[in-house]
Design a protein around this ligand. Structure first.
Ligand SMILES: *Cc1c(COP(=O)(O)O)cnc(C)c1O
Length: 356
């Protein structure tokens, strides 16, 4: 077997990889526009939105920039409880926004009560939330957090990074009133890196009209102008779109609910295994990621040695992120990862533990 258990890029189905070899066509053509309209229609199903989904070139971080740059003139509240929410805060600041931090310790969630308090103290145009903190394996209670924003500060836009969860975990974009929600191609959607996807509400676009200095490349209104013509302002990532088309067909044929259940089952299996083997997840019960398990390294495993051992068997996992390196390790179970892959990984891991 050859399989990666890292939280992106993930393994891509060979048929999806092959789809990229389809020849190029002019992007200003009815043929391309038809395919592009089709991928957007399928993406709307995955995003659980009726509104719109953009499909621009750029990785997910580019859409973090799009969100903060277009959807606030000045005041942003950044919820920070891990590396990617920290990045989003930095993106806001370096785009000249006045961003305040609502912080929680790495490994903890953003508490809805604390978000409510912060929103009562000051009026914010937008709040940024990372749904699934890939660095810590924490799933923030997004539905509750969004409900708090709607209740306490209804004019504040809700910006969500769902890079490592969308497609693997049910996120109800329209029902929960999320204004801007982004993901990358190379994680739960199991595509090669290079594309991002974002849904935006009508009120988000209305807000963008009032914001100065939206830039050019990441201007949401320019994106919208082209989206309604089934196109992009710049040259699209054509090969990736061929792959996207095939992968979305696979995902929708499998059924999204089955996919969510399958991710939850893999997370259960890995997290239960960790406990049986004298370790435990970093996140508290009820808030553990369904797509990437961050496990406390309570057995003092030499992660580099473990990965060397695994690599000889065609597998690899991820070390902890930043300060959590070696103190934790991460096993991703997203995209096309199947339970039999997990079984094989855990069996090899156990054999390694016996050699320690
Ligand atoms: C990977 C990741 C990112 C960064 O995405 P890129 O596609 O590498 O730009 C942002 N947020 C989260 C939660 C991630 O897991």
């Amino acid at each position: 077997m050859s399989h990666m258990f890292i939280p992106g890029p993930v393994d891509v189905d060979p048929e999806v990889l092959d789809a990229q070899t389809k020849p190029m066509i002019p992007h200003r053509s009815a043929e391309f526009e038809q395919i592009f309209r089709g991928t957007e229609a399928k993406l709307k199903k995955v995003f659980l939105t009726e509104t719109r989904v953009f499909q621009p070139p750029s990785s997910g971080s580019g859409m973090q920039e799009t969100g903060v740059r277009n959807l606030a003139q000045k005041d942003i509240l950044s919820c920070v409880n891990g590396a990617f929410s920290e990045r989003w805060y930095q993106v806001a600041v370096t785009n000249g926004k006045q961003a305040d931090r609502l912080e929680a310790t790495w490994g903890d969630i953003i508490e809805p009560d604390k978000l409510a308090d912060a929103l009562k103290k000051k009026s914010y145009e937008a709040v940024t939330i990372v749904h699934n903190e890939t660095s810590t394996g924490v799933e923030n209670p997004l539905k509750e957090l969004a409900a708090v924003v709607h209740e306490v500060s209804p004019d504040t836009l809700i910006l969500v990074d769902a890079v490592s969860s969308l497609g693997g975990v049910k996120i109800e974009t329209d029902a929960w009133g999320l204004d801007f929600i982004l993901t990358s191609s190379q994680k739960c959607l199991a595509l090669p890196p290079g594309m991002s996807f974002a849904a935006a509400s009508d009120r988000a676009l209305a807000k963008a009209e009032t914001v100065d200095n939206r830039g050019w490349y990441f201007d949401l209104l320019r994106m919208e102008k082209h989206r309604v013509k089934n196109s992009t302002a710049m040259t699209p990532t054509m090969s990736l779109i061929w792959a996207l088309d095939v992968q979305l067909d696979h995902m929708l044929a499998e059924g999204l609910d089955d996919r969510y259940a399958h991710h939850a089952a893999m997370a259960e299996r890995v997290q239960a295994w960790a406990k049986e083997n004298g370790m435990e997840p970093l996140a508290a019960e009820g808030y553990r990621s369904k797509t990437v398990s961050t496990i406390k390294n309570l057995r003092g495993v030499d992660i580099a040695a473990l990965n060397k051992y695994l690599l000889d068997r065609g597998m690899r996992i991820a070390n902890g992120y930043g300060d959590l390196k070696n103190k934790t390790f991460r096993i991703a179970h997203m995209g096309e990862t199947q339970m039999h892959h997990i079984d094989e990984l855990l069996e090899a891991f156990e054999t390694f533990l016996k050699t320690m």
